[in-house]
Design a protein around this ligand. Sequence first.
Ligand SMILES: *[C@@H]1O[C@H](CO)[C@@H](O)[C@H](O)[C@H]1NC(C)=O
Ligand SMILES: *[C@@H]1O[C@H](CO)[C@@H](O)[C@H](O)[C@H]1NC(C)=O
Length: 318
Amino acid sequence: MRFDAMKMMMSLVVMLMIMLRHCNALSMHYYIMNCPMAEFIVRNSVNSALRADPTLAAGLIRMHFHDCFIQGCDASILLDSTDDSTAEKDSPANLSLRGYEVIDDAKEKLENQCPGVVSCADIVAMASREAVIFAGGPVYDIQKGRKDGTRSKIEDTRNLPSPFFNTSELIKMFGQKGFTVQDLVALSGGHTLGVARCSSFKNRLKNFDSTHDVDPSLDTQFTKTLTKTCASGDNAEQPFDATRNTFDNSYYWALQRQSGVLFSDQTLMSDPKTRNIVNMYAMNQAMFFLDFQRAMVKMGLLDVKETGQVRQNCRKLN
Ligand SMILES: *[C@@H]1O[C@H](CO)[C@@H](O)[C@H](O)[C@H]1NC(C)=O
Ligand SMILES: *[C@@H]1O[C@H](CO)[C@@H](O)[C@H](O)[C@H]1NC(C)=O
């Protein structure tokens, strides 16, 4: 009798171990057993923050992108610098990153509900998805189960695409991450939300000593708009399109009018491969939404870690 009970226990343990191993894989329902309210909690944190400040949506999407492009989607972007190491978030590429406190808020609530279960990398991915939805973009489901990384180095941020890249450089860098040209153009549409700073586009304008000319791909009237923005200094903000807090396809309309803010935006019109896709999204918002959500799901799976730690505090290693 005792022996049978032991045997049953043993086989139960083995079954459990197999199940747990299986649980390491990412899935849509990763937290269904251990933290069923996870998505709901993240949604609440994001929605209440965005109701107070809708401009944070762009920051949260940018955060996910920045996180995934460097070392994979492992919340390396959230780690603070330490005495002997400068983190990714302190690189000059951080200017448009905002919303760390939204992640902290969700994390705190999650730790109260289900301590040590929901990774910071998953919170970033979920928060970004909620931001897209809040701003009126496509509604889609994402896989969960990412684990948090342990490395965050300022020097790794040189692997981010630059606002000065031309189409071939963009296609190359996104291609190295497994993205198609269509993914590149769809993900660039994330610029339907948010702003760029003068420092990232002033090289396209005539400078004060007139040593170079205006970027010929820039519309004349829009050149005046950008010049006016830059009169307030390097940190002055220029919305990417006419509806900076609404997720729509008007970013592509701006490109058609030669009114893309960054060189890396407008360059998408210079090559037929990307221009045809821009024109398609400008005409068909549903197509943009579909391709954007597919590309976001793909981005959210870049080099994810299926084993590793779940940080207690997203800013620090355990
Ligand atoms: C960006 O980096 C600078 C240092 O280069 C740092 O002082 C600043 O706090 C960082 N900003 C954000 C939002 O992390
Ligand atoms: C894009 O930039 C690279 C690197 O600066 C350059 O070699 C290439 O010729 C450029 N391509 C186009 C189409 O301008």
